[in-house]
Design a binder for this molecule. Structure first.
Ligand code: AKG
Length: 281
């Protein structure tokens, strides 16, 4: 595996995001593309279409399918992604939390709303890393963008209800009610320089790793002949505990966690979220 350097660890810690150039070979990219094709033909229960701009143009999201899609499972269990996650978290042990895919068809403009991930999750803790891995080359104007350092602002912002992103007005799309006492997220788009909005030109094989408290979003804005397929994995470090919220969990893992006997404050254990031990910390 290409090593993670001390400088990369320090950057991830201080900025909450780090660009990882050329970490994955064509073998994994091909495999994950096959997985995504299978996933689109046979979506899981978290599947959503977030936008439909015109005939045939869509933004497709799904998550937590790694137990059903062999290619995802092999990547999670066998690739160096778990070692990268553990190295960035300076630990020897990570729980794999879930996978997510974000697929935009050619020319899609839809931009993901600015948000933080952790307030949506049914866990809480500082030591988390999500790794966003485009399977095609993507220019920085179309890649996921970040507000560096915002993971350390100590704030939870009022979130967007991603269930509203439902152009077909499907029934039973998770409606998420967020704590209305939380502050409204700043208007990042109007003050991009002030917030030092950062993204990278990326090639297939590059990744961007980020803390689940960082403000991120944007992207989309694809050129007419470009599509975007992204495979994302979320990894949890040692301070992370189960945390059920009254509302606003998305993806909501509380049912399956409660089914496994978990309560808020518990460690995650190994059954639902496999632990991987690595020797690279
Ligand atoms: O790729 C996107 O548009 C959104 C990604 C995202 O928000 C995430 O990975 O948490």
């Amino acid at each position: 595996m290409k090593r993670i350097s001390e400088e990369q660890i320090a950057e991830f810690d201080s900025k909450g995001v780090v660009f990882l150039e050329n970490y994955f070979s064509e073998k994994w990219i091909k495999k994950l593309k096959i997985g995504i094709e299978k996933n689109i033909l046979n979506p899981g229960k978290e599947k959503r279409v977030w936008s439909k701009e015109s005939e045939g143009q869509y933004t497709f999201y799904d998550s937590d399918n790694w137990r059903n899609i062999l290619e995802y499972r092999e990547f999670i269990e066998q690739s160096s992604m778990k070692n990268i996650a553990a190295a960035l978290l300076s630990t020897k042990k990570v729980n794999f939390f879930f996978d997510a895919i974000f697929v935009r068809s050619e020319g899609v403009k839809f931009s993901t709303p600015w948000h933080q991930d952790e307030p949506y999750w049914s866990v809480e803790g500082f030591n988390t890393v999500s790794i966003w891995m485009p399977l095609v080359d993507v220019r920085k104007e179309s890649a996921l963008a970040f507000v560096p350092g915002s993971h350390r602002w100590g704030k939870k912002f009022r979130q967007q209800d991603f269930g509203e992103l439902n152009p077909d007005n499907e029934e039973n799309v998770n409606k998420v009610i967020f704590n209305s006492e939380w502050e409204i997220i700043p208007d990042i788009d109007n003050e991009r320089d002030k917030y030092n909005v950062t993204s990278w030109d990326m090639k297939a094989g590059d990744c961007v790793a980020f803390n689940a408290r960082i403000i991120h979003g944007g992207g989309g804005n694809l050129l007419p002949d470009k599509d975007l397929k992204v495979f994302n994995t979320q990894w949890l470090g040692e301070d992370v505990r189960v945390c059920f919220k009254e509302s606003g969990m998305d993806p909501d893992h509380s049912k399956k966690m409660k089914g496994a006997g978990k309560s808020s404050g518990d460690i995650l254990g190994n059954d639902l979220y496999p632990i991987f031990y690595t020797d690279n910390a």
